[in-house]
Design a protein around this ligand. Sequence first.
Ligand SMILES: C[S@@+](CC[C@H](N)C(=O)[O-])C[C@H]1O[C@@H](n2cnc3c(N)ncnc32)[C@H](O)[C@@H]1O
Length: 205
Amino acid sequence: MSIRTNYEKWYEGDEYYWGTEPGSFCDELISLCPPSSDKKVLDIGCGEGKDAIYMAQQGYDVSAFDLTDNGIRKTLRLAAEKGVSINAYVDDINTFSLDEQFDIIYSTGTVQYLFDENKEAFFKKLEKMTKPDGIVFINVFVEKSFLELPPDWDKEEKMWKPGELFTFFADWKVERIDEVIFEDNSGGVLHYHCMDTIICRKVVS
Ligand SMILES: C[S@@+](CC[C@H](N)C(=O)[O-])C[C@H]1O[C@@H](n2cnc3c(N)ncnc32)[C@H](O)[C@@H]1O
């Protein structure tokens, strides 16, 4: 079992650390690429599966991976509880390899675990794995001189530079791009995050 991050411990219990409600970005993705059983979705760093299960419930064919064994165990449990089937497995954002293409690829709250030396290769992989007209959604935590490092920041996590994420998508059609600062009370200590987000479409001319 991998113990590179704190999540193995946080996901141990029966309750869902992140809850079971999907992120609001899921409905944005659904409206940009409406579901059907032949449309494939990939969730990179699926946690305990709240978003992946929601996407499967909409009718997509969903694959999802996460480094944390307990996250995948809980993802499969949630899928069974909700009566959907998904392909969920343990893998690493730094080294994974997939020889297939997806209509939607997303990663939320996870890309800060990508090592610097793997960034270029990761975004090339994403480009290759996205079908023509397919959608990618990524968000990253970015550093701001006026914000302190969050109290529960892992030793493996790495802040990105503001705007850095967007530079990897110069040739894509941007559907939404933004940077927001928000409050977080995880771990019982109020703190702030700054996050860059992009949703974009692969245009093949
Ligand atoms: C902030 S959580 C987000 C989880 C999920 N996307 C969600 O929104 O509920 C970050 C996730 O990244 C996963 N993670 C950490 N390092 C990883 C790696 N190298 N490869 C894949 N997943 C990783 C953790 O196990 C954790 O589930």
